[in-house]
Design a protein around this ligand. Structure first.
Ligand code: GUN
Ligand code: ZN
Length: 459
């Protein structure tokens, strides 16, 4: 017998990309002040106004969630599981930061007990932030990858991850040869890819940490497993971009390195892309590759300002997921990502005085922001047939937001935007959401549900 349940409340999700509806972004969104979501065996089977949907499901066991906004679970397109503990480490830019803080911490994940305990904390943090799907880096040790997938499986959470390959730049004890990376990756793909909600990403850490042999191993893996994902970093930091040219001298730019080894295309994600050229943006768009925009990390590590208005140019639109990049990013919360994304966009906009269209595309409205961490992120990761909104057939991952859950000064601000009883119109709901992302924080996350089960409730 199928287990069915209904969730009644105010729902907000997206059916399209708000950047495609300039001046009428609300057309991309769906707001139901009194909606009903029907879930059977973890999947959404019906969704709409409570009055209509309840007539079709008379005997349904309904949970009524009041004074909250229910949204699809957030999607973190770029996060490092083994950096959970080293989040917020002082004082360095990317390359020295990796040496000083990151490789020493990630080395500990060869120890199974350490990795298992950390995996629990990692998913606890995601759920408390309203994140229900993540694309994650692990370490060069298969132990870390196994523990991450095993914990995701126990929680039935959707995860894209893979053994993280590096054969130059890191301490000797951290690096693995291309042959070993290939052999370990094969085993992990066989064991985890498409098992439950797990998806496997072939994961060269970044071209600066990869010899030609490692990238050739990735190419072979991708040829042998074309339906796997590819996850890496690209053009994050100026020193990295400078040095990568010396390591891969035959390639005209950073993207050309991944192109050379056949890694770009659908299901490819390059994290950051702060220093991409117009030509690289164009080629990313043409091939269906994605960038993960990680503003918290770009500001924390001083990498620079991602050109959001360029990436979203309708003439060559690049797929995006947005990510925390913990621990380069100093927050687990995708709401924190929206906060920083807004500020990056505003800085870009003010620097683009002679280019009003691109300047305007940098403005992260609540529609653009929340689309980007739900349906937009799912499109960036090519999983929008599975998650991202409340369309029947998708998996019932959602987050219950309390628009007054943040600091004490938030409630009065929010009362300007909607009645105390909650939003009645989409505009009011969007104003509350903007208050959550800019004035509030992850205390807005009251409950997080995965496949129709409540896995987090704020204490
Ligand atoms: N590039 C290669 N490795 C890393 C990492 O761990 N974090 C960030 N932000 N960039 C990287
Ligand atoms: Zn990263």
């Amino acid at each position: 017998m199928a287990t069915s349940l209904g969730i009644r409340g105010a729902f907000f999700d997206f059916i399209d990309d708000p950047w495609r509806h300039v001046g009428r972004e609300y057309e991309a969104a769906r707001f139901l002040a009194d909606g009903l979501l029907v879930v059977e065996d973890g999947k959404i089977t019906d969704f709409g106004d409570h009055g209509d949907v309840s007539r079709r499901h008379r005997a349904l066991d309904v949970t009524h969630i009041r004074d909250r906004l229910i949204m699809p679970g957030f999607i973190d397109g770029h996060i490092h599981f083994p950096q959970t503990r080293v989040i917020g480490a002082f004082g360095e830019q990317l390359l020295p930061w990796l040496q000083r803080w990151i490789f020493p911490e990630e080395l500990k994940y060869q120890d199974r007990d350490y990795a298992r305990g950390a995996a629990r904390r990692f998913f606890d943090n995601l759920l408390a932030s309203g994140t229900t799907t993540a694309q994650a880096f692990t370490t060069s040790s298969p132990v870390a990858t196994e523990e991450l997938f095993d914990e995701a499986t126990r929680r039935n959470m959707r995860l894209i991850a893979g053994l993280t390959g590096i054969d130059r730049l890191a301490p000797a004890e951290y690096m693995r040869s291309a042959d070993l990376f290939y052999a370990d990756s094969k085993q992990l793909i066989a064991r985890y890819h498409r098992q439950g909600r797990n998806l496997y990403a072939i994961t060269p850490r970044f071209a600066l940490g990869a010899t030609e042999a490692l990238l050739a191993a990735c190419q072979r893996l991708k040829q042998e497993h074309p339906d796997c994902w590819v996850n890496t970093h690209i053009s994050e930091d100026r020193a990295e971009v400078r040095e990568v040219r010396e390591v891969h001298p035959g390639c005209a730019d950073y993207l050309a390195i991944y192109e050379k080894y056949g890694l770009t295309g659908p299901r490819f994600t390059g994290g950051h892309g702060v220093w991409l050229s117009d030509d690289e943006f164009h080629r990313l768009a043409a091939s269906g590759s994605a960038i993960s925009f990680c503003p918290c990390a770009n500001l924390f590590l001083g990498a620079g300002l991602f050109r959001l208005g360029r990436a979203t140019d309708p003439r060559s639109r690049v797929r995006l997921s947005w990510g925390t990049d913990v621990g380069g990013g100093n927050r687990f919360s995708m709401l924190g990502v929206l906060d920083e994304a807004y500020k990056v966009g505003m800085c870009n906009a003010s620097a683009l005085e002679g280019h009003p269209d691109e300047a305007a595309r940098n403005k992260v409205s609540p529609y653009r922001g929340f689309w980007s961490i739900t349906l937009g992120g799912a499109e960036g990761l090519y999983i929008d047939h599975l998650v991202g909104n409340f369309t029947p057939g998708k998996e019932a991952d959602f987050v219950v937001l309390d628009w007054n859950g943040g600091p004490s000064h938030q409630a009065w601000r929010q009362s300007l935007m909607a009645d105390e009883a909650g939003p009645r119109t989409m505009e009011q709901a969007a104003d509350l959401l903007f208050g959550i992302m800019m004035v509030g924080d992850d205390r807005a996350v009251d409950e997080t549900w995965v496949m129709g089960q409540q896995l987090y409730k704020k204490g």
